[in-house]
Design a protein around this ligand. Sequence first.
Ligand SMILES: [Zn+2]
Length: 119
Amino acid sequence: MLLRALRRHCPVCGAREIWKAWGELRAHCPDCGYEFEREEGYWVGAMIVNLAVALVAVVAYLVGGLIAFGGRAPSWWVWLSIGLVLVQGIVFYPRSKTLWIWLDLTVHPYEEQERPDRR
Ligand SMILES: [Zn+2]
């Protein structure tokens, strides 16, 4: 399931055609029918995933800069790190949604009564 999420596929069945537009999921998976937005405000979790990845990345860039430049990273490195994290946050956004679905499914498994044909 994690590999499916990292590849931006449906974490439940692995379907690829789950995107309506860039960063915008369809309401349901076209193959298994899984409803992606399980409750109102669901995508706040995806934003937290994206923010957590950005924080890890900025710390890695800054610590890497301190190590690479002998304890005194130049200001251009700091600005480059900030720019890289901003671009990464935009590029990573769709993946943060499928990762959030995966995280949610590990805590709240997909119940049989949630399946569209069971309602
Ligand atoms: Zn699916």
